[in-house]
Design a protein around this ligand. Structure first.
Ligand code: CA
Ligand code: CA
Length: 83
């Protein structure tokens, strides 16, 4: 019984840690996105993306709907590919 409880605590700790890690990653993504989104319109334009060389180079392939701007989802796929 005590042994089972021990496992539960280990499991809970592991779950808690991974949730925190995911949340931290999401925060980082938000912070970077907002930093790039200078006019705060919720999208990163090609001009805004030029702040970041790697992002600028990847811009066209990231802009899936080709509207000339990256949504947070489009930007998230860049971050995901980089990590
Ligand atoms: Ca913008
Ligand atoms: Ca787009």
């Amino acid at each position: 019984m005590i042994r089972q409880l021990g496992w539960l605590i280990v499991l809970a700790a592991a779950l808690g840690m991974s949730t925190a890690a995911v949340a931290a990653q999401a925060d980082q993504l938000d912070a970077k996105f907002q930093e790039l989104d200078k006019d705060s319109n919720g999208k990163v334009s090609i001009n805004e993306a030029s702040e970041d060389d790697d992002l600028f180079i990847a811009f066209e392939s990231l802009d899936k709907d080709r509207d000339g701007e990256l949504t947070k989802e489009e930007f998230a796929s860049y971050r995901a590919a980089k990590e």
